[in-house]
Write a protein that binds this ligand. Sequence first.
Ligand SMILES: Cc1cc2nc3c(=O)[nH]c(=O)nc-3n(C[C@H](O)[C@H](O)[C@H](O)COP(=O)(O)OP(=O)(O)OC[C@H]3O[C@@H](n4cnc5c(N)ncnc54)[C@H](O)[C@@H]3O)c2cc1C
Length: 419
Amino acid sequence: MDGLPAGVAPSPGEKAEERYRALAYDTALSTLAAVLVYALLKVSLDGFRQWRARIPVLVVGSGPVGLTAALVAVRSGKVLKLTVLDERCRSALLCRPQQIALDPRSVNFLLGLGVDFDNMEGCWHNEHFFTRIGVFQEYLLSILEQKKQRVDVKVQLGTKFTEEYLRRIPHGQRPRVIVVADGSCGDTCSALGISSDYTAESCHAYGANATIERLDQRQVPTPEIRAHNLYFDLSAYGVEALRELRNPGSKPGFHLKIYGTFRNRYMALTCPASDTKMVRFLRHTANSSVMKNIFHQSFNAYKTDIEPRLNDVTLHSLQCSRRLFEIQLSHRRVSAAYIEGDNVAVTVEGEAARVLNFDTGCGVNLGMRGLESVGTLIYRTATAVDQNDILEALAEKMQHSRQVAETCKHTGLVEAMYG
Ligand SMILES: Cc1cc2nc3c(=O)[nH]c(=O)nc-3n(C[C@H](O)[C@H](O)[C@H](O)COP(=O)(O)OP(=O)(O)OC[C@H]3O[C@@H](n4cnc5c(N)ncnc54)[C@H](O)[C@@H]3O)c2cc1C
């Protein structure tokens, strides 16, 4: 026995103390073991619960943004059942003539979702992918409608989302996340009771758009054309730009973009906000033929060699803004919300969330930026322990949406037009 000389028996007091110490030691050891087992069990149960967590998700709108959101949902691994709606029937949905231009960041995002650009009609130019909006939607629909999908996907085209639609879904099957991507004219947010207040912010630039439809021309994907630092001879209208040009303080000229297919040609003209004589004239002229002339001359000067010029006969097919207008970004004040009664998290995406009053020819990329945080929202909602977790996830989503709008306001036009 430690501490006692050999042959000396411990006193009863010492024996009791010894027993007490051993008991305390045993108790501490078993408490520690119990805590360890509990922690281990909790971690594995939480892990198991998170791993198993799957929720129903509803996407409203099957435009390019809605369908990409649906693919994000499928790839999140947290969706039990996915319903995708559009009020248009399939043929109306897929026949839209405009072309979309996916920039390198959107291309990478889509590659990460498994989009195979080799299997989509389109063309590459400067690391951008150009395709028809209908071709892109058809490709995404074909992935979503594949039978081997692990998620139960239901695509309901020709079905409009209304309050009534939501009420008809049995309680246990109601979506836990709704992605609203119903475009700039959709009214799904109002049906869900989400505020329709927008903030309109200036992009500190002026712009004008034009479209030309020529039914005898080809409808194939075509790279865009950009031209920079343009000046126009407006001397016929009494505007002398030459003096301004010589003035070292005068602002840079106009940026022009020609895009779309040969059949549906679009043009965008923009310049940084300034108060030069030329800009002032183009902002306030009542003569609608001035802008038409500018677009006419610019198109003929910068079009590709293989497409026909606009002449006096074909000029009637050109429609354009009457004058330069201020480019503004409108974005929803509330782009994410929690509907308490139904326990559903809502996020608003694409043009339903933010839109420029000016067509840059690559507007779809703004919608793609917002989708970068949708996967996380679905994951966090599916694995949420309580309502607080969902509210936190929504707050983070909303912050990301604001950041997308803020970045677009500061650098969007530079990327889309000036670069
Ligand atoms: C003339 C023009 C030219 C353009 N050119 C280009 C270009 O060259 N490059 C480019 O990148 N972008 C271009 N754009 C922009 C591009 O088309 C948009 O950025 C893109 O379509 C926005 O996608 P979205 O999915 O947010 O909305 P949308 O494409 O508008 O899709 C919304 C969908 O929601 C559906 N919907 C609405 N309400 C409901 C409801 N209650 N229930 C169910 N469904 C509903 C609608 O039917 C629609 O199909 C152009 C746009 C226009 C108008």
